[in-house]
Ligand binder design. Structure first.
Ligand code: B12
Length: 220
């Protein structure tokens, strides 16, 4: 714990300064010191981005700095975290179920959703990732086409939450609500919102999302 208390603020500073070399070095150093890729993501990357968001909200930083921080995180995920995570597990032949993932219409945030996709894959789920800003009707059409078990939707913008609710409403209107489990996540959601959306579950993190998907399919 003490380790993250010192490392995480340093990492935030590197993100805000756009210091790619130091940020990547810190990620590699943490992994070689024994941190797991998921631990680094949840204890360092996620809280640092939350801090970036806070500073954006209080006008201490502006959009270009938030973009720089996001780009840097994507680079670290691609170069360090994702390959380490993919190496760490070998469940590629297991199929626990099929999950369709999408970021809700109007919302372009995908760092968290991508982590959920990767964690589901390495834990034995088949994942169909529709990307960002996906219309509710497209989500339903694809879910039906692919015969998925679970529909997972991510939202970071509160203004886009009505589209998330539309997914559930469409399923009900088409009389197919019971065919699918719906799980929601992302910084604009919480357990109360999940309930209001008519979702079957809420995932607070990628790891929690994996556990909830297993639960929904009766695998634990
Ligand atoms: C990085 C970032 C960006 C990047 C996004 C890059 C990208 N490729 O994703 C950029 C710079 C492009 C961006 C743009 C904007 N952003 Co922005 N952004 C952020 C920031 C700082 C971090 C988001 C993030 O990646 N967090 C880290 C990940 C790991 O967390 P996460 O997404 O929540 O995901 C975890 C869990 O929630 C969960 N999870 C996520 N999804 C799902 C799905 C399922 C199914 C499950 C089970 C679990 C799950 O697992 C993940 C891993 O643990 C947040 C601040 C914050 N507090 O979130 C603001 C924030 C979300 N942005 C905000 C805003 C306002 C914007 C802009 C409107 C700014 C502007 N003026 O243009 C635009 C909107 C663009 C659009 N149409 O979407 C606001 C939203 C306010 C609100 N309440 O709606 C925030 C909260 C900042 C703030 N405090 O003001 N942003």
């Amino acid at each position: 714990m003490i380790y993250w208390e010192t490392v995480q603020p340093k990492f935030t500073d590197f993100l805000l300064a756009g210091d790619e070399i130091s940020a990547i070095a810190l990620a590699r150093e943490s992994l070689s010191n024994g941190a797991s890729p998921v631990e680094f993501f949840e204890k360092c990357i996620a809280p640092s981005l939350q801090e970036v968001g806070k500073r954006f909200e209080t006008l201490d930083i502006f959009l270009p700095e938030m973009v720089t921080a996001a780009d840097l995180v994507e680079k670290i995920n691609t170069e360090v975290i994702n390959p380490a995570l993919a190496d760490a597990k070998d469940n590629k032949n297991l199929s626990l179920g099929k999950v369709l993932l999408a970021t809700v219409q109007g919302d372009l945030h995908d760092i968290g959703k991508n982590m959920v996709a990767l964690m589901l894959k390495v834990n034995g789920f088949e994942v169909i990732d529709m990307g960002t800003s996906v219309a509710p009707s497209d989500i339903i059409t694809r879910a039906v086409q692919e015969n998925v078990d679970i529909i997972g939707i991510s939202a970071l913008l509160t203004t886009c939450l009505p589209y998330m609710k539309e997914v559930g409403d469409f399923l009900v209107a088409k009389g197919i609500r019971d065919k699918y489990s719906v799980i929601v996540g992302g910084a604009a959601t919480n357990p109360t919102i999940a309930e209001e959306m008519g979702a079957n579950a809420y995932g607070s993190s990628a790891a929690d999302g994996v556990e909830k998907c297993k639960m929904l399919l009766g695998k634990i």
